[in-house]
Design a protein around this ligand. Sequence first.
Ligand code: HEM
Length: 414
Amino acid sequence: MTDTHMPKDKGLDHTLKLLDEAYRFITNRSEKFESRVFETTLLGEKTICMVGKKEAEVFYDNTKFSRKGASPGRIQKTLFGEGGVQGLDGKEHHHRKEMFMSLMTKEGLKQISAILQQEWEREMERQSKEEIQVYQAAKYVLTRSALRWTGVPYQESEIPEWTDQLSDMFEDAGSVGLSHWQARRSRSKAEKEVVDLVENVRAGETKVSEDSPVYHFAMHRDLNGELLDAQIVAVELLNLLRPIVAIAVYIDFLILAVHDYPEKVSQLENEDDLQHFIQEVRRFYPFFPVAPARVKEDFSWNGYTFEKGTLTLLDLYGTNHDPEIWDNPDTFQPERFQTWEGSPFDFIPQGGGEFNIGHRCAGEWITIDILKVTLDFFVHRLSFDFPEQDLDYKMNDIPPVPESGVVIKNVHLK
Ligand code: HEM
């Protein structure tokens, strides 16, 4: 096929438009150019944007794209940390990813679900029954669950600080000014605490279960048979703790969906129904907007040239709302998942492709199980009402953390 010109966004730089249009930035341009691939300029750099299933297949082809230097420095200093699995390629990535994936066994998933169930019960017994802000409550429940599941020792009095530190890293990851610095401070502080823990575990001064993720990561050896630098272990342990707490964003949307679609809630009878409902929550609501990579070597695809080193963004939100894949993508229809064929490239709220050899989210199964347990708990174990409230969220806030959060009242365990 002869190469054609990739459509190009006119103008010098589109970073401000990206901040303004956020989740719709790529789809808006893709529709305007009638092309699923186009070029723009972001932070002064030529950037290719892609959306769609075939495009996801190319994006997750490890021979075509690399992760080295793909995430902006400010995101690494807040959200991901430096030197973690997200920025690795090839064998090194595969080996490190295995360290994560080996935790995601049936047993590991059962444990975290059981812990979460207990923590929801405790939280609802502890909280005032008058009004509960779901997002805040979920962050506490998830922080306790994450620390317990990973085996990080903690005192109950430390929970508010852990919750704030872990939340700052994802709530303020992309922001500028003071909140960005707050996120960096929280990351540095948490990394330091976890480095101390790793060193103490290695020295035998702090005893943790040998089955725990903390022990597993602290004792993990790289491809040369060396223990990882304690700083890298801390980054990777925070790659478990932080995103588990971030599931609070989905939980807030989950309960918003319970509020907005009561007719769908009344149809929740069995495990499959719960699964379809939470999958639709992950498809429908905005969370992670894009995945970034860089072109590994020059290649041509669909008539377009991809030059080595070019930053490329795959639109996760846009692919989950692509009318070529989803009928009526902007309506909430859990039943659509009854017939979803399970492609790793069309439903990609947590990235696409393979778990082990690719960069698909290591915690996707945990996320699914946590959402299922939470939905079951709220719908079948709790009775509550929704007070009058403003349930709007902003489509240009990443992630769209609810300002007031969904509030429930008259809460009782059934
Ligand atoms: C809160 C909901 C979550 C969302 C929306 C989410 C989203 C994502 C996305 C979009 C990626 C990148 C995919 C790519 O680069 O192609 C990712 C990677 C990752 N996620 Fe998640 N995630 C969530 C929860 C979790 C949880 C609960 C864990 C751990 C327990 C986790 C651990 C990871 C790790 C370690 C990676 C890096 C994988 C790699 O580079 O190979 N995430 N996640």
